[in-house]
Design a binder for this molecule. Sequence first.
Ligand SMILES: [Zn+2]
Length: 164
Amino acid sequence: MEFQSTQKLEGSVLHLSFSGTIDEDTNFPEVDLSGVASVQLDLNGIKSINSVGIREWLDWIRPVAEKAPIVLENCPKSMVFQFNMVDGFLPPQSSVKSFFVPFFCESCDKEQNLLFNVGHEVAVDGGNLKISFDAKQASGCGEASCSLEMDVTEAKYFQFLKRG
Ligand SMILES: [Zn+2]
């Protein structure tokens, strides 16, 4: 799926959204940061990222983050894996507002990605993760027997929230 981006300046906040695949064919947008106080980057539509894409991402985000703080939202699983694995993928001047957590229901054999907001469903308190999310409240598959369970190892998947 081809990479696409949109951007819109609202006051001093630049809203960017990315979708598709991040790979060798990705052309990240040129951004004009004059008068921009912060960047909101919506990654909801990102499908995948490969190793070349990771390098392209680093080349794009570093100079942007040096000029304006970046807030990432709706980050899919494929990007969260990179947050945890690739040094600098989340520059020090960036923060994550919301991201998807994969859940799995064994009774219906279905995966579902649920959005966690940092400070709500998950928070870091004194170096400890606090997860306040009731999978039973999530819609799941609608079956009475539905039992959504987190499909990742908490300590690993949420690791990026503890970066110093
Ligand atoms: Zn189910």
